[in-house]
Design a protein around this ligand. Structure first.
Ligand code: SF4
Length: 432
């Protein structure tokens, strides 16, 4: 069967899609690059904003127009709106989040194929980087969040299972460096990654999982996806003494105003967040700290927004995502008084984006003249200087450099020479 996989949304959806990819391939099916002529299209949907809802529906319609024979929808939007999902043209299956673990077997049991290849090929969708889901669900009650409604209670995957996934992603048993399917970087993801292990008896902490992965696998780079700031402490940052852990922390702040945070039911304050950032920066030199911000949350008046903007500026983030508040049905925030007009949400979004763009540029600038290690993800060959390579440093700098040959999925040192509008240009060291 020819299977096309697509998604909207977060890194967790990405890691689930990679898991589906492994399972489909292990069951002898072929993954294709476009929905045209696919026997089956699987779309992992998202409902974090109204725009994510619309994107999810649009992807299903595109698959139908492309002639997909069957369309299966899963993920948060399909889970919360199964009736609307089923009503979309061409949709043959709606599989809620709670049944994702059996999605591939549900969709393939009608196909009596002799498997061509039983060996899983993790990371095959995106070779450089494998997203591995280690946790799902959330027990917090952030008032704007629809994700926790769609994903249920927090639960963690045991260490041996995660280790097996990491080893598979690294192409264990082969020479991982030479295997085209071997990822060089593993990203741990979860809805509430920082709560990993708290549902075990006795409970564990995320640091135990990280220590186990660093100790028992040869993963060249280990990156963490989003971490809620209240799950962390100074001791956690000492893990970064191991340089295989990428110096990148994505800490969603959501607002820099204490009152707004209280209405959001976030378990942090601007003061607590600032202390955490200070500790991270002193223990992890060169760390990139990125964030998410919601603007125009109900009741956010000009005074609260000014406090938030000033705090965001003070934090000097290395980048971030800005979301104008989107009232999601079923959440407490959708019922709060003091809804902010859309035009004001948009204007505030622009202001925060400008502040983040300036601090991101300042962050990049401090690395000019230095050498960083870059994992190459893409190469273009239309230049007289040769191949233009593009990749990420461990601390989330987007770096470009010319090379005489394509170097995808390899890690090289680069001497950074030029600040570009959104990235840095450098020279390979030594030249390749
Ligand atoms: S911690 Fe994250 S997933 Fe959990 S309720 Fe808050 S925003 Fe939602």
């Amino acid at each position: 069967m020819r299977v096309y996989l697509d998604m909207v949304g977060c890194r967790l959806n990405q890691s689930e899609l990679e898991n589906f990819a492994r399972q489909f391939r292990a069951a002898g099916h072929t993954l294709v690059e476009t929905p045209e002529g696919a026997d089956l299209v699987v779309i992992n949907t998202c409902t974090v904003t109204a725009a994510a809802d619309a994107d999810s529906r649009a992807k299903a319609r595109q698959a139908f127009r492309a002639g997909a024979k069957q369309i299966a929808l899963t993920g948060c939007w399909a889970t919360l709106h199964p009736g609307a999902a089923r009503a979309l043209p061409g949709v043959t299956h709606v599989i809620p989040n709670a049944q994702k673990d059996t999605l591939v077997s549900q969709l393939t049991e009608q196909y009596d194929l002799e498997p061509l290849e039983r060996e899983p090929l993790p990371g095959a969708r995106h070779r450089t980087r494998a997203f591995i889901k280690v946790q799902d669900g959330c027990d917090n009650h952030c008032t704007f969040c629809v994700t926790r409604l769609a994903r249920g209670a927090a639960r963690s995957r045991p260490i041996p299972e995660v280790l097996a996934d990491v080893r598979a992603a690294l192409g264990e048993g082969k020479d991982a460096g030479d295997s085209p399917a071997a990822a060089r970087e593993v990203v741990l993801s979860g809805v509430h990654l920082g709560s990993w292990g708290q549902d075990f008896s006795p409970p564990l902490h995320l640091r135990h999982l990280i220590q186990a992965i660093l100790q028992h696998t040869d993963v060249p780079r280990l990156r963490l996806s989003s971490l809620e700031p209240w799950d962390l402490d100074e001791g956690f940052f000492r893990l970064w003494e191991n340089r295989r852990l990428c110096r990148h922390l994505h800490l969603p702040l959501q607002s820099g105003c204490a009152e707004t945070l209280r209405r959001m039911a976030r378990k942090t304050t601007p003061q607590g967040f600032a202390r955490l950032v200070e500790a991270a920066r002193s223990l992890i030199p060169g760390v990139a700290i990125t964030t998410d911000i919601i603007v125009g949350f109900p009741g956010e008046d000009e005074n609260e927004f000014a406090q938030s903007l000033a705090f965001i500026e003070r934090m000097a983030f290395a980048g971030g995502h800005v979301f104008p508040f989107s009232p999601r049905p079923g959440t407490a925030a959708a019922r709060l008084s003091g809804q902010v007009p859309v035009s004001i949400r948009k204007r505030r979004g622009e202001q925060v984006r400008n502040v983040l763009a300036a601090s991101a540029r300042a962050f990049r600038k401090q690395f000019l003249g230095q050498k960083v290690e870059v994992l190459w993800e893409a190469a273009e060959n239309a230049f007289p200087q040769g191949w233009l390579m593009s990749g990420l440093s461990d601390n989330y700098l987007r770096v470009k450099a010319f090379s005489s040959q394509p170097l995808i999925n390899q890690i090289h040192q680069v001497h950074l020479t030029t600040l570009l509008s959104k990235d840095l240009l450098g020279e390979l060291y030594p030249e390749v």
